[in-house]
Design a protein around this ligand. Sequence first.
Ligand code: ATP
Length: 226
Amino acid sequence: MTQQTNKTANSKSIQALFGGTFDPIHYGHLLPVEALAKQVGLQQVVLLPNHVPPHRPQPEATVQKRLAMIKLAIKNNPLFSIDTRELKRKTPSYTVETLLSFRQQIGRQKPLAFIIGQDSLLSISTWFDWQKILDFCHLLVCARPGYSTYFSTPSMQQWLKNHQVHEPEILSDKPFGAIYLTDTPLLNISATEIRERKRDRKSCKDILPPAVLRYIDKHHLYQNCL
Ligand code: ATP
């Protein structure tokens, strides 16, 4: 009986993925996602570092160094784990392909969610095969300061309306297809700002975990970024 109950609970639990360049990982990634996990009841969030981000400038730090920083950032934080499948590809990290590979692994029925920030939601129509994304997963959107909560085009706003749900319980009731906008804490932090502060020899203490900062300093990262 207990076994049966656990099995049911597991098949309903949401597998959550959080992709990014993480160049470097910072509190703007970690803290909103921790809050989101509490709101939605996520037990695990899998971080998916990109190898070659398709729609933005290439990362400053190498794959190995970005990965090392992620490991330091999530050490002792059981919510997070890392999946390196995008790092192993030599081709651009298309989210839709990554989602397909997770679906092949977990099947069609388990709820799968992809976490993004509000800025990523607003630019989603630039992603490769973006219309297929909701055929694979839900989108869980973290609030991000400085970004509108509305799309600038009526067609994208309609797309959001067609898929948006307001009750997190719905996310575990179906395997994919919903968009949930969360009111996670607003943190005005970006990796760009960290790279700029390092270049300008300014402190980054308040915006990323101490172990990541020590790593950046030890390896003299981001000192010559433009
Ligand atoms: P960069 O400044 O180099 O563009 P970034 O700080 O936006 O980087 P990414 O690794 O590109 O970080 O972001 C990965 C994901 O995290 C994206 O979906 C992005 O929207 C989200 N994200 C990043 N920073 C924040 C933040 N401060 N608040 C909410 N979401 C964020």
